[in-house]
Design a protein around this ligand. Structure first.
Ligand code: PLP
Length: 453
């Protein structure tokens, strides 16, 4: 992946209701901060547009020098309820001031309340919540639960099936079930009982028939009765790609037939991102385990695994825990965030504005049919799949330049992700207004014109 040079560039100034660009970019005065990070941190921590964030305000990001961007990143799909929400700040401050910052598994007043609130927002069959800190941890936990349950049924029932192009986090188990080969080269000894099959999204994988699933298992020499769990992102994050609905319905029936758990990774999709509370609701099926993170707290690190008690109670007291599980400050932030999401009707806003977003993006695809291979996503998540002229080969360079052109014009995205690093990902806070969304789409249109001609 390329990186942004730390050489200030003169860019046209911008001043609108939402956006201000009044300096060179990166800002000359920000260079010491940026250089310090490049000097002392691993280079893997760079690669995003070099904006030094001072504060976030709903759907805006401010730097220290008077520049303002409309945010299309939500951090990385964290701030569904908007940046810098007063209710969340107040809850964090109140909890911190109470004097309890950390207490491991010792009970505190917010733990049960948060678990209850999560269960109340989940489908009925998921009646317990295990609170953790990061998304990756929830996937590790889901793997463990599927295997433990499966091996209790019969010792060979331990195969986990996941999907090509999937991203489930950066820890060992999460990368073993991930489907991006370049991220897996370091693993050394891939668990032969974790296999990946094609993800039926219709663009990179044109065959969306469920037969491909069973054929792929047979090809890998896996007997269906040995599968303990099937794990998928509700939409594949890198490309904002949903699976074919009929396929997922058939998958659900297959899991029931073979007593395998169906796990949806909702780390990106949950909490309204796709215009429904949970992303998997678009498929009209039942989930056995939901892995949640990011937008669950909208702020501090907190994640959760939701499942039925028969699954979540597989481990004895004290034997499935984590040091920062249920940190009281993170719990306070999450409770406030869940309340804000409900109160401001973030899910409905995501569904309503998502329609406008996708209509506009489809228009851009019509204008550049040989360069935008596909537009995927639902609600307030979308990805433009950039391709080389007239081909299906991903065009990472064009995607990179589009993101850069938007950044220079006051719309902030993270760098391209997904297949071939060629997906331009759009994921504003769910509280963005129609006016700001339209204005930022105008910026994208201008950027597309500048890059694609
Ligand atoms: C779908 C999905 N699952 C899991 C993760 C891992 O979450 P975390 O980075 O909090 O460990 C991510 C992070 O981007 C994700 O997008």
């Amino acid at each position: 992946m390329p990186n942004y040079p730390l050489t200030p560039k003169t860019v046209p100034h911008v001043k609108t209701q939402y956006r201000t660009i009044r300096t060179k970019l990166p800002v000359p005065e920000s260079l010491p901060i940026l250089q310090e990070m490049r000097r002392y941190e691993p280079q893997s921590m760079s690669g995003l547009p070099p904006v030094v964030w001072k504060k976030g305000e709903n759907f805006l990001v401010h730097d220290h020098w008077g520049n303002r961007w409309i945010d299309w990143s939500s951090g990385v799909l964290i701030t569904n309820a908007g940046h810098g929400r007063k209710e969340i700040i107040d809850a964090i401050v109140a909890q911190a001031k109470s004097g309890l910052l950390s207490n491991y598994l010792f009970p505190h007043a917010l733990r049960g309340k948060l678990a209850r609130m999560l269960v109340a927002r989940a489908p009925k069959n998921l009646d317990k919540a295990f609170i953790l800190s990061t998304g990756s941890e929830t996937l590790e936990c889901a793997i463990k639960l599927c295997r433990t349950r499966g091996m209790n049924l019969k010792p060979s029932k331990r195969v986990i099936v996941s999907f090509l192009n999937a991203f489930h986090g950066r820890t060992l188990g999460a990368q073993m079930i991930g489907g991006i080969p370049a991220l897996k080269t370091w693993i050394g000894r891939q668990d032969p009982r974790m296999i990946q099959v094609p993800f039926p999204e219709g663009f990179r994988c044109k065959d969306v028939r469920f037969a491909l699933f069973t054929k792929s298992l047979a090809k890998a020499g896996v007997h269906p009765s040995d599968v303990c769990g099937v794990i998928l992102e509700s939409y594949q994050g890198g490309n904002a790609s949903f699976a074919d609905v009929a396929y997922i319905k058939a998958l659900r029936a297959w899991c029931d037939r073979h007593s395998a758990l169906l796990v949806f990774d909702e780390v990106q999709a949950g909490f309204g991102r796709t215009g429904k509370y949970w992303g998997f609701e678009h498929y009209g099926v039942k989930a056995d385990i939901l892995c949640c993170g990011k937008g669950i707290s909208g702020s501090l690190p907190l994640s959760a695994v939701l499942a039925n008690h028969q699954v979540l109670d597989l481990y004895a007291p004290g034997s499935m825990t984590s040091t920062h599980s249920c940190n009281p400050v993170c719990c306070a932030a999450t409770i406030a965030n869940l309340e804000v999401l409900d109160r401001v009707k973030a899910v409905a806003n995501s569904a309503r504005l998502g329609k406008a977003l996708h209509a506009r993006l489809r228009g851009f695809q019509k204008k550049y049919p040989t360069r935008i291979g596909a537009v995927h996503g639902k609600g307030l998540v979308a990805a433009l799949h950039m391709v080389k002229p007239g081909a299906e080969e991903p065009d990472a360079d064009a995607a990179w330049r589009i993101v850069e052109a938007c950044y220079e014009r006051g719309v902030l995205m993270f760098s391209p992700v997904g297949f071939g690093g060629a997906s331009v990902k759009i994921s504003p806070p769910l509280t963005i207004t129609r006016g700001a969304l339209e204005e930022s789409l105008g910026v994208l249109e201008e950027a597309l014109g500048a890059v694609l001609g």
